[in-house]
Ligand binder design. Structure first.
Ligand code: ATP
Ligand code: MG
Length: 357
């Protein structure tokens, strides 16, 4: 039975965030959103390092946001979870469920016996020699990593009814499923610029085709700046947010004090994203990516959008999670909402995932 109300929980490097969504009618209603920051080191490379600190932050979050529902769908994104589109001989879903662990080992970088597996059948097709095949999106997550997340959530007195891959949740929150003019053609890349990780997803009309989780994010820019300027992380963070990037690669920095080191680090970051998408586009059956959408706190970096548009040679815009939902009584001002919007996509998409169960 479809859930009427769901909470999506996003445990990020810089904080825990939850979105309480009522799913009864479309568009869905965002009834509540809250976040509590985490101290440095509680999460590293998207992985939970300090279960106690995270559990405590979750407790605070529930208290502060006044959430009564304790059931959550929690997201994971780190190097111990992979999503791969693979080709298999056509078979029934039931049959695939039984055979999955024997079929996927060569495609995933971890022993299947240590992994929780899940899948989605994307397409069925005929090869040139008339073999019936199917394309399957396989998700593999390391059991120990999933257990540690579940551990923190249960320690906070919450009930983790689902664990989901954050990039797939982003597609639910932001993926265009055909606009007012009908189906939008081609693929869209969603780029979630976090503090410690960057999620990259390509989808076509809401169907995920490619996922990569990069272990790099906005904090690396801050760290480079702190090291280069000989200032604290906090000071560097303030400077990064004030100054931003120059409007084009190679252009003079926006102010006298805008340091070259930030530009250099950002340039290699942008290049890594470009390389990841180029790798996907080089695959024979890749859908052509025609645009990109940004989300995550790091996407607020001034001129990052322009720099990505130049590097990718694509139109790039900011993802608008709030345009897809009705707004409940969130108790946030216009400017607070605008500020929080890039931080909401993951948790809203995780809540939406519970509608599909
Ligand atoms: N105004 C701003 N300008 C530039 N960068 C910003 C701005 N606001 C936030 N950031 C950056 O956004 C990043 C945090 O983004 P976000 O909150 O989405 O990450 P997270 O979800 O906590 O972490 P992750 O997903 O990587 O685990 C930090 O690196 C921070 O420096
Ligand atoms: Mg994040």
């Amino acid at each position: 039975m479809a859930t009427k109300r769901a909470i999506g929980l996003d445990i990020g490097t810089s904080g825990v965030r939850a979105a309480d969504v009522s799913l009864a009618r479309r568009p869905v209603t965002l009834e509540g959103f809250g976040q509590v920051s985490l101290p440095a080191g509680a999460i590293r490379d998207g992985e939970l390092i300090d279960q106690g600190i995270v559990a405590e932050a979750l407790g605070q979050l529930w208290k502060r946001a006044g959430f009564r529902n304790k059931k959550v769908n929690v997201g994971v994104a780190n190097q111990h979870v992979v999503v791969r589109a693979i080709d298999l001989p056509q078979m029934e879903e039931q049959e695939l469920r039984g055979a999955l662990q024997f079929q996927v080992q060569e495609h995933i970088p971890m022993p299947v016996e240590d992994a929780v597996l899940d899948f989605q059948i994307l397409d069925e097709y005929l090869t040139e020699s008339n073999e019936r095949m199917m394309k399957v999106l396989v998700v593999a997550a390391q059991k120990d990593m999933v257990s540690s997340v579940i551990g923190a959530v249960t320690q906070a007195g919450l009930d983790p009814v689902g664990v989901d891959v954050t990039p797939l949740a982003l597609v639910r929150a932001l993926g265009e499923r055909g606009g007012a003019l009908g189906e939008t053609s081609g693929g869209e890349a969603i780029i979630d610029v976090g503090a410690g990780i960057t999620n990259i997803v390509v989808h076509e009309g809401g169907i995920t085709r490619f996922v990569r989780i990069l272990l790099i994010g906005g904090n690396q820019l801050t760290e480079a700046l702190a090291a280069g300027m000989g200032v604290s992380f906090e000071d560097a963070e303030g400077m990064k947010q004030r100054v931003g990037l120059a409007s084009a690669a190679g252009a003079p920095p926006s102010t006298e004090s805008a340091p070259r080191i930030l530009e250099d680090r950002a340039a290699s970051y942008v290049d890594e994203i470009r390389g990841t998408l180029a790798y996907y586009q080089a695959q024979a059956e890749a859908v052509r990516v025609t645009r990109a959408v940004l989300t995550g706190g790091g996407s607020k970096l001034a001129n990052l959008e322009t720099r990505l548009a130049d590097a990718l040679r694509l139109p790039v815009e900011q993802g608008r999670t709030l345009q897809r939902v009705r707004l409940g009584k969130l108790g946030l001002s216009e400017s607070q909402l605008a500020d929080a919007e890039p931080l909401m996509a993951a948790s809203v998409g995780l809540a939406l995932g519970m509608a599909e169960e």
